[in-house]
Design a protein. Sequence first.
Length: 104
Amino acid sequence: STTIPFDWPHGSTETSITRGGFGCGIEIPKIAETFDKVSAESDAAKRFEYNEEMVDYLYDQMIFAGTVQVPTLVVYNPNSISGWLGTPSMFATMNEFEHIELAR
């Protein structure tokens, strides 16, 4: 999903984690290992670090070679939300709703 926080586990669809030990598509061991590490880690900073390592791995290996992506337009009422600074994400659209700053 593109809307979950970056320090949460990502990439289960590229593993056999959710399929009872079988995946009919691509299975990437590095993603499965990272998913397990992030799932077991209670420290958000370490989870973030593990996911950053996975992003670097995917960038270097170029497993998912992209071509073009249409930008996502996010619109919100400035009378309700005064700021919203998300962190960089490998699934970047809207993310990190916990960082929304409500207008007072």
